[in-house]
Design a protein around this ligand. Sequence first.
Ligand code: NI
Length: 251
Amino acid sequence: MFTDSHCHLYHEYYEDLDSLINESINNKVNRFINDGCDRKSNEEVLKLVSIYDNMYGTLGIHPENVNDYTDADLKFIEDNLNNPKIIAIGEIGLDYHYGKNNKLEQIKLLELQLKMAERYHMPVVIHSREATLDTLNTLKKYQVKGVIHSFSGSKEIAKEYLKLGYLLGVNGVITFKNANIKEVIKEIPLESLVLETDSPYLTPEPFRGQQNNPSHIIDIAKFVADLKGISLEELSSITNQNLKKCFSKIK
Ligand code: NI
């Protein structure tokens, strides 16, 4: 059985979460890490993890919401970190895809949440898009570990993250034609990889164009197992172990 280590299972995207989860279990995906991005999704994640036994959650303010958060939203995260089903602070990070005009605000928001993670000994889930150098330089300042979600960088960048003790999250991007990440993943030790869908985004081939869902972990897993020359069973066992090492609250 596999874990979807990063997804956004909110009612906004999925009308019928019960069926989605049952269908995923039929497809060998029996555990979900549901990632919050703002106050609204953080509240929903908290509600859903109390309903579904096999769902864990992370709480965080995503860099795309840098202009909309309040101190109370950060306090809300802090106040809920002792929940046994909340396993990390995330999704947090830096995203310069739409420009660097609010770069300093993004770094400030990331640092506030990294400090919180450090203070509460919580791992983090990092989003980094077109912001590798600033992400690395910021992460280096804190004694925190976690996952670099949706990793798609070079071998050199991968090594930098691994040196800091981070795991790399691999998703449907690896199935895309011309994805350089295939060559990079071949060289990354299995002990540093975890699998994710990032549902509802980043649907793997040959399903691109459809809404993503956690069942597609199996399509990503087949691809990675092939690249690494191992069986699906070996891959599920090692990626689940990696997750347990990183997220100590996972049972
Ligand atoms: Ni995400």
